[in-house]
Write a protein that binds this ligand. Sequence first.
Ligand SMILES: Nc1ncnc2c1ncn2[C@@H]1O[C@H](COP(=O)(O)OP(=O)(O)OP(=O)(O)O)[C@@H](O)[C@H]1O
Ligand SMILES: [Mg+2]
Length: 234
Amino acid sequence: MLSVKGLSVAYGEIQVVWDLNLEVGKGEKVAMVGPNGAGKTTTLKSIVGLIPPKSGRVEFLGEDITGKHAHDIVRKGITLVPEGRRLFPKMTVIENLELGAFTPEAKAKKGDTLEWIFQIFPVLKERRNQTAETLSGGEGQMLAIARGLMSRPKLLMLDEPSLGLAPKLVAQIFASFERLHEEGMTILLVEQFVAKALSFAERGYLLERGRIVKEGAGEELLRDEYIRKVYVGG
Ligand SMILES: Nc1ncnc2c1ncn2[C@@H]1O[C@H](COP(=O)(O)OP(=O)(O)OP(=O)(O)O)[C@@H](O)[C@H]1O
Ligand SMILES: [Mg+2]
């Protein structure tokens, strides 16, 4: 579904992603893990057209989407739930959700999509008329994910959804990803929470200093001696 080939990305003179190759198959759940500053967010932003690549190629459903506008890429079916949520605090839950349905295709299906989202995140239905600033951290993250789903993506990319959440809420968020996966959603998850991400994912990539240094089945990476020592602790 998604095929990234030889992607390099730079901020001005400073290159932060080097010759990155990454594949996500239809219906697959894939994780990209790595430490602070490894280039995870940069890679995701480059895939969705927010940062132009220096070189390389991004294909989605067989089509070259390299360098296309972010808006067009959403219409083609990729949604990025950004790091740090980016909600509109003074707007209600419903209003924040509606902002996610900005393409004509998503607008047409808005009612159905909302019903679907409220099944996955019942708490958002309860809170639908509250402003986003009144939500707890976990609810806010659910809203950010749900807003991403409003565009009816084929590929959902999540940038550090567990950041700052208590373990119980992390478990809830991951349960919602499992449910989406069971419904056929393709997921690319970026996380610093390595153990959790690799037990969730069917396949994973480890990114360090802008380069993929390991890749394989999630379970296999979880057992990897280097990953255990450096990222899992044991
Ligand atoms: N707008 C920017 N301008 C210049 N350099 C940047 C910019 N954004 C990120 N960088 C640098 O690019 C590198 C990769 O950053 P990036 O945010 O992609 O890492 P990350 O893996 O997402 O890290 P984190 O886990 O902290 O979110 C870092 O060295 C960072 O300082
Ligand atoms: Mg990041």
